[in-house]
Design a protein around this ligand. Structure first.
Ligand code: NDP
Length: 329
């Protein structure tokens, strides 16, 4: 096949890494049994890390970044997919070890793909993106551990970011009283529109953690890690659950065992990248059912793929509100 197409290619040289929109061919793609014409991708926090080189996300050079995409199958040797199928892909090493979504064409393993839920357009699927799908995995983890609206309020940290915004919208729709922790008090109206009942400043949570704090929250969706996660654990009510998915403050966890052994608190780790297919399909089905599309639109901006390098440092600086869809097609 001689088709040429555009892709962002991230290269590493003596001067460090560099990114350029480049014309490549299908022969440049990696092995896979399904070829997809990509229409949309997105910027998640991890994409920001990869594009800026702030953390060693990329483990194969050169790399096409982009940890997720939506598109249409153009060729398939996989029994579950045929040309014309609308598909989405989150994680599985895309943009890390396998050439990613910031390209007009991707070749991937069919086992990594799922059919796009009919409820969403490709653009809406990427408005959700890996951030929104991870928010759903967090909500499912709280539910599976018995956290219900009757148990008390649920805390969402990193509230105005991508995972946080989707988590608030989902939890509020499910009847939870949501407390949103943000470093951007100017986003209080935005967070309330998504469904947050109470807004707290992140400075209440990001200082030196206490072993045990006042029991405030029945559940937590934490996007931030570090002191914030430790404080959130210390404030979790008896029998509550903390879903830990992020590291925006840091990767450390300076916590005490006290909440676990004295209050039976559960720390639920959330990974979206290697999550098995059944869990992904459950999460996307639940998103189709439980995410208000009006709120999804309200938390999303759409940009051309050419703006990805400009947005990358902004998301790491906590300056991006909600979600950013990148148009590629
Ligand atoms: P965003 O940048 O959109 O959101 C992160 C939010 O965290 C910011 O908006 C900000 O919210 C808050 N924040 C930023 N810096 C700090 C800081 N120094 N201290 C405290 N809070 C801070 O990123 P995403 O929503 O895409 O991702 C959120 C986290 O979840 C990231 O760490 C990401 O790596 C992780 N993640 C993990 C996945 C998994 O599979 N486990 C999948 C997807 C994401 P505010 O301004 O409201 O305070």
């Amino acid at each position: 096949m001689t088709q040429r197409f555009g892709a962002f290619v991230l290269s590493k040289g003596e001067q460090g890494q560099s990114l350029a929109w480049t014309e490549i061919g299908e022969a440049d793609l990696m092995d896979g049994d399904v070829t997809v014409r990509v229409s949309h991708s997105t910027i998640n926090y991890k994409d920001g890390l990869a594009l800026t080189g702030k953390a060693p996300v990329v483990r194969r050079w050169p790399m096409i970044p982009g940890i997720d995409f939506a598109g249409q199958v153009t060729a398939s040797g996989h029994a579950s997919f045929k040309p014309g199928d609308d598909v989405i892909l989150n994680g599985w090493g895309l943009g890390e070890t396998h050439l990613g979504g910031y390209a007009q064409v991707a070749r991937v393993k069919g086992d990594w793909l799922i059919l796009k839920p009919a409820a969403f357009t490709p653009a809406q699927a990427m408005a959700i993106g890996t951030a929104g799908y991870t928010a759903m995995l967090c909500v499912v983890a709280l539910e599976n551990n018995g956290v219900t609206p009757a148990n008390g309020p649920v805390l969402v940290t990193g509230a105005a970011g991508g995972v946080g915004s989707v988590a608030i919208a989902l939890l509020a729709k499910l009847g939870f009283e949501v407390t949103a922790s943000t470093g951007r008090p100017e986003e209080a109206d935005y967070l309330k529109r998504l469904g947050a009942r109470e807004i707290i400043n992140r400075s209440e949570l990001d200082g030196k953690p206490r072993a045990l704090g006042k029991e405030r929250f029945a559940g937590v969706v934490d996007c931030v890690g570090s002191n914030t996660l430790a404080n959130a654990i210390s404030m979790t009510r008896y029998g509550g659950t903390v879903a830990a998915c992020g590291l925006a403050q840091g990767m450390d966890l300076p916590a005490s065992v006290a909440p676990f052994i004295l209050r039976g608190v559960t720390l639920a780790g959330i990974d979206s990248v290697m999550a098995p297919k059944a869990k992904r399909i459950e999460a996307w089905d639940r998103l189709a059912r439980d995410l208000d599309k009006g709120l999804l639109d309200a938390m999303t901006v759409t940009k051309p793929i050419s703006e990805a390098p400009k947005i990358a440092p902004e998301i790491l600086a906590g300056k991006v509100r909600g979600r950013v869809v990148l148009e590629i097609g």
